[in-house]
Design a protein around this ligand. Structure first.
Ligand code: BGC
Length: 468
């Protein structure tokens, strides 16, 4: 028997739903902005912090990387808090931590207080980075989910860019405390926005609060019929989500494959060296003979390239496909890192060498942003089976933070051991490894339904063939 056709939806209702979903997703996407602001602000502040506290390289590495270590802890805590207090509750806690961290960093009288502030910010970033995409995915309707999640990555890059710009404006006066202090403004906005967000309907359903879930969903879907149909689908999914992640990992070889690919992609993304530039670009450019002001403005330019190229990625992802974007991205990232390392090896500080160095960094950032940036997040959520999705995504997010911490914690010291050019050549090798891993294992998931991908992987085909 043919299934009954849903009643046609009046365009007014469709516009109302689009508006409500967009407002909620933007409010949750502010979490992405906070992620970018709080991780990006350190780049311009570092030189001044070094002077203010007479800090050596090791201390600076701890100041930078304590945020990532705390974010790793935050991403684990997030799994429990997001279950107990909901995604909204998790974002509120993140907002409070952002506020505390901002106050501690901007007023820090000593290195330990500064590190305590970075730890608060890191815990907040870890919580928010887990809860916000989850919240967006749970409130968005199927046809808008991809775009809304990709926009979350865009918000991260906008946050980084705003932080770089404000750092650049404050650099001539050396106002590093203000660099942190101004973040109080978006932080308060974020906190207020999270306070008025409704709970995610799916989370309400896991807590047996069906009527509340229905009330929220009615504001986000075109008709009561669509909302009720979705509630029954959530019922069905909740019924089969019983297997704990660890047990699934032990019992299912196909889950072990997707789980490993997710972790590998997140770690390789970090080993590409992206965050060395996000956190240490002014230091690196200083080594090429750039002055402090030239370095921070060049860093801002890198932030602009990052945001623009992420826009290109959002536009091309569903047209060119994942595999080709990943290959182009990792290949040119490797070339750019090799080129930059070679310029450092030659040791030239002439104007043309500086221009060539900036060219390599711009190429790297643009190449990163069109593929390597968004793809680990996209592929991780696409290839994991429904029963192990939260577990696998939280483990790969944890892997990302651990790798991020590792890279930012050893960067300055490794330059002292294998020279600055040696570090960049190693990064080129990691990008090449990602290129090869992409060719061998990453499936083309463009246009495939999640159920199809899951079914193909479970039937034992090679991961690379699990998509189109
Ligand atoms: C990465 C972050 C990075 C950002 C830069 C994200 O995909 O996970 O570590 O700072 O991209 O745009």
């Amino acid at each position: 028997m043919p299934s009954p056709q849903p009643t046609p939806v009046p365009s007014e209702a469709a516009a109302r739903v689009r508006r409500n979903t967009f407002i909620l997703a933007m409010a949750a996407g502010l979490a992405g902005l906070m992620f970018g602001l709080d991780t990006g602000v350190i780049a311009g502040a570092l030189t001044f912090i070094k002077e203010a506290f007479s800090a050596d390289d090791r201390t600076l590495e701890w100041i930078v990387s304590s945020l990532m270590a705390a974010a790793a802890v935050g991403s684990v805590l997030a799994v429990f808090i997001a279950d107990k207090w909901g995604r909204k509750g998790t974002l509120v806690v993140a907002g409070i931590l952002f506020l505390g961290g901002t106050a501690l960093c901007s007023l820090a009288p000593s290195v330990p207080v500064m590190i305590a502030g970075r730890v608060c910010l890191g815990l907040g970033v870890g919580l928010a980075a887990f809860a916000a995409p989850l919240y967006i995915a749970e409130i968005a309707s199927q046809d808008r989910r991809g775009g809304l999640i990709a926009s979350y990555q865009l918000m991260i890059t906008v946050g980084i860019l705003l932080a770089f710009t404000s750092d650049s404006l404050l650099t001539p006066g050396g106002h590093w405390r203000v660099m942190f202090g101004v973040l109080a403004v978006p932080t308060v906005l974020f906190l207020l926005a999270t306070l008025v967000l409704p709970y995610s309907p799916r989370w309400l359903m896991t807590k047996g609060r069906r009527e509340e879930a229905r009330t929220v969903l009615l504001t986000l879907r075109e008709s009561a019929e669509i909302a009720d149909e979705e509630l029954s689908r959530i019922d069905g999914q909740l019924a089969q989500q019983e297997t704990p992640g660890m047990a699934l990992l032990l019992s299912s070889s196909s889950f072990r494959r997707t789980f490993t690919l997710g972790i590998a992609m997140q770690m390789l993304q970090q080993f590409s060296g992206i965050n060395i530039l996000m956190y240490y670009a002014p230091v690196v450019l200083g080594r090429m003979g750039f002055t402090a002001t030239q370095s921070v403005w060049s860093t801002t330019a890198l932030g602009v390239v990052n945001t623009l190229a992420t826009l290109v990625a959002v536009a091309l992802m569903d047209r060119w496909g994942r595999r080709s974007l990943l290959s182009i991205s990792t290949f040119f990232s490797a070339v750019a890192m090799l080129g930059f390392g070679t310029l450092l090896w030659i040791g030239a500080t002439s104007l043309s060498a500086s221009i060539a160095a900036m060219g390599c960094l711009i190429l790297f950032i643009a190449a990163f942003a069109v593929g390597q940036g968004p793809l680990p997040w996209i592929i991780c959520s696409e290839i994991q089976p429904i029963r192990g999705r939260t577990f696998a995504v939280s483990c790969s997010t944890l892997a990302s933070w651990i790798a991020n911490w590792l890279v930012s914690n050893v960067f300055l010291s490794s330059m002292a051991v294998i020279n600055d050019y040696g570090v960049f050549w190693c990064l080129a090798a990691f990008n090449l490894t990602f290129f090869i891993v992409g060719l061998l294992f990453v499936p083309e998931t463009k246009g495939c339904s999640l159920e199809d991908i899951e079914q193909k992987i479970a039937s034992g085909v090679r991961l690379r063939d699990a998509g189109q």
